[in-house]
Design a protein. Sequence first.
Length: 357
Amino acid sequence: MTALWVMRMGAQGEREDAALSDGKLYYKFPQLPDLRDFASQNELTKHLLEIEPAWSRRKAASHASQLQRFTVAMAKGDLVIMPRKFTDVMSIGEIVGDYVHDPEGVSSHTRAVRWLKEDVPRIAFKSDLRTAINVPKTLFSPNVKEAVSRVQSVLDAQKDMGPSVGTAVSPRPDDETSRDRPDPATEIPTAFEEDVLPIELVAQEQIETLIRSEFKGHDLTYLVAELLEAEGYTCKVSPPGPDGGVDILAAGGAIGLGDDRICVEVKSTAQPVNHDVVLRLSGAVRHTNARTGLLVSLAGVNGPAKREMENRFFELRLWQMEDVREAVCRSYAELSDETRAKLPLKQVWAPIVETEL
């Protein structure tokens, strides 16, 4: 039975480019030997606690569970989604190789993958699957109805058809019902499974959906200007139309005459922005005598644009959807009545759940 996995290539996406170019999944844990040397998850958990004594047993068990999945539960033919850190797209591939221990490679622990599509827009998936993919772990299987068939429909028709009416939640790939296990000693206990999505992730997805739907085109520019004003900047917003890379000029200090001057370019498109947009913003920073440039792109940036941003670290910064959402929550009380009417939110207190990448 084909399973669906979600795997991230580093907390900052540092192994994404290598994964795409090499056709491999990389699990970076260089202090661990060949994972097949461990007879059980409990043995791996004990070893992790020895090399990471500051970890709690829960954290060590969570990492051991993910590592066991990478080694044992993943199988050839399974689908894998790799969320991209600096862009609002995901890469989808098929597992084509068994676990390999490669201490001299990019990462010590690898599996071969054939990438089927490298730039699937996140919004191609319906909200329940998007939310499930956001679980902050390195490797897991999203507990979503008909996940595999829905990802396949995105591959075939660029559209998530959603679950069929009346369907039950798909079995997890680490359940005994999904495939024969090679050894009972490698069974993964359910004590550390996230069968219920954290309420915070659900809320974040709903807020992001509201932002996308209510602030399209130049309306997003006005929202960003409000957010900057709430943080103490004086803003000048360009009118709709061609702007030469200048949507907002923001300045700190009394009446906007301080040295903290920002040139802002805002993009609400569904596709990651390209290298040319970054170059235009860089030119606008110099032309307007700004100190820095801020690129706001809900869909992030593509590979060449990301590298250009990194080369201009002291000049440019990037805000993606996550950054806009966090700024909205941080400054919500200072936003206008009109903006709050478009984004009706309330604060909710919830217990902290331990999660880790």
